[in-house]
Structures are given as C-alpha cells and as structure tokens.
Design a protein around this ligand. Structure first.
Ligand SMILES: N[C@@H](CCC(=O)N[C@@H](CS)C(=O)NCC(=O)O)C(=O)O
Length: 209
C-alpha cells in the first residue's frame, strides 16, 4: 500500500492522525501541492481528482476521500476502532464526522481559498479552475464562528465529540480548529469547553502526525 500525503495540508493530516492512533505505518509519498505536483501526469493517472490524501493498494486500486480511506483502514486494522464500536455508535460517529466535514472543512476551505491571493482561480481543489468569490470567504468565516459556538455548547456536556469515546470525529474537529488558524480564527477566550477538549485531543501523541 502507498499513502499519498502532503505534510502541510489539513486533509491528509486527518488520515495521518487516524493511522497514528491505530499504530499503522504505510509507505508514504509526498505530493508537493505548493508546486502543483498534484497536476502532474503521473499523479493524475492514479488520482484524476488531483487531490490528497490518496491510498493506493497493492492491486492498484486507488481510494480517494478521507472517509473512504479511513473506513478501509478500519476494516483491515480493526484494533482500536475509531469509527464506532456498536451500530448506534458507528451511526452517531458518522453523522458527527459528516457534519464536521460540511460545517468545518468546507467552511474553512471556503474562507481560505476564496481570500488567498495564491489561490486565484483555484477556489476549489481538483482538476477544474474556479474563480474566487469574496462573499464566500466572508460566509466561510461566519460558518466557522457558528461551528465554534456549536462545539462550545456541545462539549459542555460531552467529553469528546461523541460522548466519552475518542473517535474519527475528534480527529476531524481537531484538524478543523487547526485549519481555522489559516484564516486567523482561534478558539475565543471564553470558550472553556472547546478549549478543554482541544487541549485534551491535541496533547495525544497522534496530534503531532
Ligand atoms: N474531499 C476530499 C478533500 C481533499 C482535499 O481538499 N485535499 C486538498 C488538500 S487539503 C488538495 O488535495 N488540494 C489540491 C489543490 O488545492 O490543488 C477528501 O475527503 O479527501
């Protein structure tokens, strides 16, 4: 198996933390996104989406999308489950994780990619160019504010995103909070629940991945 990564990008970090929590080591290839290596013919041939993360299996099967990669890894390395331990827990974890993808990652990407000069015409990742829309950057900032506020309320009564169970949803939320710093968004000083959770999850050794 080969894992295609970019150490500076927030999306592959979600998979790196997932692998670190499970103690999995996979041959890793760095794709230099800053210099456009994702558009090279060689990489396009294995991922026409021109994105990382990507997992390529021994038989040549390419798996893109964080949730699909993590699901595959969970199935072949079932120890220390991060997607849930019961049918109900798996459903709740997936629901939380999808919400974090939509209200966290998509919001952060909206805020970052629509406002950063280096991403002119690159407002969306992938093989097609899209122009920046400044209003979307502003909306992305509002969405991140709302996510932080919703997480603060949620974590008042919950140790982790899903009860007392550390899961992929915590990995996603941690990466969203760190990604939000790219658009100068930080946990507000009076958000003690979100800060307590953040200190807890970011002090796990996996967070360095
Ligand atoms: N939906 C994808 C998102 C992956 C993604 O957005 N990757 C970014 C890095 S954080 C990327 O490859 N960007 C390439 C580019 O900006 O051209 C997933 O779940 O894996």
């Amino acid at each position: 198996m080969k894992f295609y990564d970019c150490t500076t990008a927030p999306s592959p970090r979600r998979v790196r933390i997932f692998m670190a929590e499970k103690g999995i080591e996979i041959d890793t290839v760095q794709i230099d996104l800053a210099n456009g290596e994702q558009f090279s013919e060689e990489f396009k041939a294995i991922n026409p989406l021109c994105e990382v993360p990507l997992l390529v299996l021994e038989d040549g099967t390419s798996i893109s999308q964080i949730s699909a990669i993590c699901r595959y890894l969970e199935e072949i390395y079932p120890d220390n489950p991060l997607l849930g331990r019961t049918p109900v827990e798996r459903a709740v974890v997936e629901s939380s994780n999808q919400q974090l993808q939509m209200n966290g990652f998509a919001a952060g990407a909206e805020a970052f990619r629509n406002a950063t000069p280096g991403f002119k015409n690159r407002a969306m990742p992938g093989p097609h160019n899209y122009s920046q829309i400044p209003e979307l950057a502003e909306r992305g900032q509002q969405r991140l504010d709302n996510l932080f506020s919703d997480l603060e309320a949620h974590l008042a009564n919950s140790q982790y995103i899903v009860g007392d169970y550390y899961s992929i949803a915590d990995i996603s939320a941690l990466c969203v909070v760190d990604f939000a710093k790219w658009v100068k968004k930080r946990i507000p000083e009076d958000y003690s629940n979100l800060q307590r959770w953040y200190d807890q999850v970011s002090s796990r050794p996996s967070a360095k991945a």
